[in-house]
Design a protein around this ligand. Structure first.
Ligand code: SF4
Length: 505
């Protein structure tokens, strides 16, 4: 067990080229041993210990460099229950050290050419070349100057020119809404989105059928991207079928299984097909998928990094490698949030990073515990997020008592209060349970409609999509207001803010 970090999940990297001299290889080996013993270091060559309370984030099984995943708990990592969650350790130590704001900087994905190589000599060389300190003398006689130079030196070290991450909010650099979802959210009306699971087979008929049920009731439909590490028709193809059937899609795009090159390429391909709404996710670990499991190191980026990269492709017209994009894509970028995954103050830090990186809307995990959800909203409000991002509260109508037990016991990051499970248990036969599920959903919609800071709901009635029209009608939430982008750009709604949050506090 390392002195300052949880045990690493993966072995350290080795250089892609072994062309170093023997003394340098011996030095690298020495550095690997010492840093492994201290930090569980994986020799990623892109050290961000300064930002993570001196706990190495690369010990996380997903290699997440910008915060925890939705399934983290205080007791254990969701991937390997024999170890603690690296990010819980980071948040707790950062709180103790008064370094929480350091966690807001958007950290770069690793540069593969640096992986496995020594960094101590590199660090010394950079310090010598810059000639800007920090100098030991200042540590003794001018601590303020030393601290300032220290921060600037380590920023230069950890933020390569091709990334330049920071802790600031980057609003979108365009005016007119790029999608119907964005246009409807700008009206200030309560907006409903739905979710359709892509089919297991090659036929798109089932998508056409479900789009037919939903299209007069929701503004857009999400298509999951091999959720739970289990293969289905891909989200991009499903989204295109949805567009052709007359409904706008939200294409979910997850980092798992994709290098940065494939993420850029898939996002650009989606834009070429007319897909505007992209929900950026890190993705479930392969451990949650069916056997045989893929090799474990399948994360090149995380959701925060995806948002940062796709926003820059759109607003700065550049690929990550610096090449210019002739016709930049138009994206309305979204992120997921897990109000019950970790304490609200930790989840709010993660949400702030996503919003700063480029998230314009958030869809949450399903809400059954309204009071817990309001705690999370208040934590977001404290971080001044509610005026910057549209929030769609997740909702799952429970179809059976078994579904309620499954959500309560087996889905990480979801809280189902015991009274809800009890109501479902006591609802009688199949039909009675479905009616009880509808009643619970309608009660929750009523609360959500009247919650300041909420812009709508995301209804995840997966495998029960036919219930969505009834829920929309009986709850009285509006149907889509803006039906074409021309209509939106003609209106005065093009610049409205995400939410009226004045009443929340
Ligand atoms: S629970 Fe998630 S964030 Fe925490 S160490 Fe495991 S994979 Fe990483």
């Amino acid at each position: 067990m390392p002195l300052f970090s949880p045990r690493r999940y993966q072995p350290p990297f080795y250089p892609t080229r072994r062309d170093e001299s023997l003394p340098m290889r011996a030095f690298t080996s020495f550095e690997r041993t010492v840093k492994g013993w201290l930090f569980g270091c994986r020799m990623c060559g892109n050290c961000i210990l300064q930002e993570t309370a001196f706990v190495c984030p690369m010990t996380c099984p997903k290699g997440l460099r910008n915060g925890l995943c939705g399934g983290a708990t205080p007791d254990q990592c969701e991937v390997d229950p024999s170890r603690p969650c690296t990010w819980y350790v980071i948040y707790e130590r950062a709180e103790r050290m008064g370094r929480v704001d350091k966690l807001l900087e958007i950290n770069a994905p690793i540069d593969g050419t640096r992986a496995g190589r020594e960094t101590w000599l590199d660090m010394f060389n950079l310090w010598r070349e810059r000639k800007q300190g920090p100098y030991p003398g200042d540590f003794l006689f001018n601590r303020e100057k030393f601290n300032d130079e220290w921060d600037r030196f380590f920023y230069a070290l950890r933020q390569p020119d091709w990334w330049q991450g920071d802790a600031r909010y980057h609003p979108p650099a365009y005016q007119e809404p790029v999608s119907l979802l964005e246009a409807n959210l700008r009206t200030g009306a309560f907006v409903t989105t739905g979710e359709i699971a892509p089919p297991l087979g090659a036929s798109g008929d089932i998508i056409l059928k479900k789009v037919g049920w939903l299209k007069d009731y929701v503004v857009a439909a999400n298509f999951t991207d091999n959720a739970s590490a289990s293969a289905r028709m891909n989200s991009m193809a499903s989204s295109k079928i949805c567009i052709d059937a007359g409904l706008e899609p939200v294409m979910q795009l997850q980092a798992r299984d994709r290098s940065r090159v494939v993420i850029e390429s898939d996002a650009m391909g989606a834009a070429g097909l007319g897909i505007r709404n992209i929900l950026c996710l890190s993705g479930d670990h392969h451990r949650f998928g069916p056997a045989p499991m893929a090799k474990p190191d399948q994360f090149d980026m995380d959701a925060v990094q995806m948002l940062w990269m796709l926003r820059r492709m759109r607003d700065e017209g550049q690929y990550l490698d610096g090449r210019n994009i002739k016709n930049p894509p138009q994206f309305f970028l979204g992120a997921a949030a897990s109000p019950f995954g970790a304490p609200p103050q930790y989840e709010a830090i993660r949400a702030e990073k996503k919003v700063n990186a480029g998230a314009q809307f958030i869809q949450t995990q399903p809400i059954f515990d309204y009071e817990g959800f309001v705690d999370w909203l208040e934590a977001l409000d404290k971080r001044n997020l509610l005026g910057k991002v549209y929030i769609l509260a997740g909702l799952i109508p429970l179809k059976s008592a078994a579904a309620a037990h499954f959500m309560a016991d087996d889905v990480p990051g979801v809280v189902v209060p015991p009274e809800i499970v009890k109501r479902m248990d006591e609802a009688g036969d199949k039909e009675g349970q479905q009616e009880q599920g509808v009643a619970i959903a309608l009660e929750m919609i009523e609360k959500l409609k009247n919650t300041p800071g909420i812009n709508g709901m995301h209804m995840m009635a997966v495998h029960w999509e036919a219930i969505v029209p009834r829920l929309v009608e009986e709850s009285g939430v509006p149907r889509p207001v803006v039906k074409s982008l021309e209509e939106a750009s003609d209106s005065a709604l093009a610049g409205e803010k995400p939410a009226d949050v004045a009443q929340l506090a």
